[in-house]
Design a protein around this ligand. Structure first.
Ligand SMILES: N[C@@H](CCC(=O)N[C@@H](CS)C(=O)NCC(=O)O)C(=O)O
Length: 137
């Protein structure tokens, strides 16, 4: 049994399963990262468009709206995966890996055909320049 003693000297007993989880997260952060990497690589390779997003993020809303406007034209909804990450317990690790992959850890991170085109501003700029449709082919 692991006991957590807070600064206020309150003692909390933590279930053995929880202590094992904490132990693994502290001792093997690289294990968590490699699982996150495997998951993200699979997602990015699995759909034409993948967006890592947070539901409350206005830049994400902007990117999702731009993409939605292509549905039924040069993009099928089925070819798009939106991954909302704010409630994912691995949210930080996901953003850390996205930074390694793309140079940025902000959301949205928008991938088209496996390549990151940037965030919300870049998605909108590609739309305004008329280049987004070409990328979606
Ligand atoms: N210029 C970026 C701005 C994106 C941005 O600032 N996103 C915020 C959320 S609204 C963010 O990721 N903040 C850091 C975080 O949530 O970890 C874009 O257009 O995508």
């Amino acid at each position: 049994m692991l006991r957590l003693v807070t600064r206020e000297n309150h003692t909390h007993n933590i279930f053995p399963g929880t202590s094992i989880l904490i132990y693994f997260k502290v001792i093997f952060p690289e294990l968590e990262m490699s699982q996150v990497k495997t998951m993200i690589d699979a997602k990015i390779g699995g759909k034409k468009v993948v967006v890592f997003s947070k539901t409350y993020c206005p830049y994400c809303t902007k990117a999702k709206k731009v993409l939605r406007n292509h549905y039924g034209k040069d993009l099928n909804e089925a070819d798009v995966e939106i991954i909302e990450i704010e409630n994912n317990p691995d949210c930080d690790a996901i953003q850390d890996y996205l930074k390694t992959l793309t140079g940025g850890r902000s959301v949205p991170r928008v991938f088209i055909n496996g390549k990151c085109i940037g965030g919300g501003d870049e998605t909108q700029a590609l739309e305004q320049s008329g280049k987004l449709s070409g990328l979606l082919q």
